[in-house]
Design a protein around this ligand. Structure first.
Ligand SMILES: Nc1ncnc2c1ncn2[C@@H]1O[C@H](COP(=O)(O)OP(=O)(O)O)[C@@H](O)[C@H]1O
Ligand SMILES: [Mg+2]
Length: 264
């Protein structure tokens, strides 16, 4: 059975009396354990799609079904990692990572052990007692990801989590994310505007059109795992997928630029 199924979803916003059609006719089924990347031009409704899946807002038409039941509000079964890290500045790294377990009243020694284990997995050992402002952007984003993993959601949504980071740090974090994913067997929906990142990580790349966002094509990425993110661009399958996807994406990027400011 599919873990998540998005069925004929449409989302319209009302902006000062005008309708903005953000998403239209979106159909997508995601299997348990799958890593799906979603790429599309800026403003095509990628964040809107995640907000609908996580239950922050409702679709105007269609429905989203998670484990057989329609999404109805926020649940801890679905984790959400955004571009902004949202770490609490007055808490240390380890205190930020363990928050979800603290809320569940898990005993301190137990939650500390789990937090330390995750901190270790992303190479942040030694920084447990640092405050967010004492960490680099890449370190903060790692902390952001593991504070979501710690409460063990079945599905993790990521909205351009590596967007603000420099190119080298992004590759290191992609590598760590793939290792975390392989170890945890979670299902991930990963939004990015970076085609290379999308292909590097995913089992399938979903390509969206310019607004109103529709699924334009889906590319299966059969590159064997574990993948070497540092030289995956040399892989022949990588190159052919990149070529095919870029052919599809390029006109959408130009379209989204020329359609700026225009409604429906
Ligand atoms: N809360 C909102 N209210 C009104 N319009 C919105 C809202 N959120 C997004 N939009 C509009 O919906 C479209 C899609 O936005 P978004 O989902 O943020 O796209 P993306 O994440 O792909 O850049 C844009 O035109 C944006 O201006
Ligand atoms: Mg967005």
């Amino acid at each position: 059975m599919a873990l998540l199924s998005i069925e004929n979803v449409r989302k319209e916003y009302q902006v000062r009396g005008k309708r903005v059609l953000a998403l239209d006719s979106v159909d997508l089924t995601i299997a348990e354990g799958e890593f799906v990347s979603v790429v599309g031009p800026s403003g095509c409704g990628k964040s809107t799609l995640l907000n609908l899946i996580v239950g922050l807002m409702r679709s105007s038409m269609g429905r989203i079904v998670f484990r057989g039941a329609p999404i109805d509000g926020i649940t801890t079964k679905i984790g959400y990692v955004t571009q902004k890290d949202n770490l609490l500045p007055w808490r240390t790294l380890i205190e930020n990572v363990e928050i979800a377990l603290e809320i569940r009243a898990i005993e301190k020694s137990v939650r500390r052990a789990q937090a330390r284990d995750l901190i270790d997995q992303v190479g942040l050992s030694g920084f447990e007692d640092h405050y967010p402002h004492e960490l680099s952007g890449g370190m903060r984003q790692r902390a952001n990801i593991i504070r979501t993993l710690i409460y063990d959601p079945e599905l993790i949504l990521m909205d351009e989590p590596f967007g603000p980071l420099d190119a080298q740090t992004r590759i290191v974090l992609q590598d760590q994310l793939l290792k975390l994913w392989a170890a945890s067997k979670k299902t991930i929906v990963f939004i990015t505007h970076d085609l290379i990142e999308a292909i590097t990580l995913a089992d399938r790349v979903v390509l969206m059109s310019a607004r109103p966002g529709r699924i334009k094509s889906i590319e299966q990425i059969a590159i064997p795992r574990p993948r070497d993110v540092f030289k995956i661009h040399e892989d022949a399958q990588f190159r052919s997928s990149y070529e095919r996807l870029w052919q599809q994406l390029r006109p959408e990027v130009t379209l989204s630029e020329s359609a700026k400011g225009e409604l429906i």
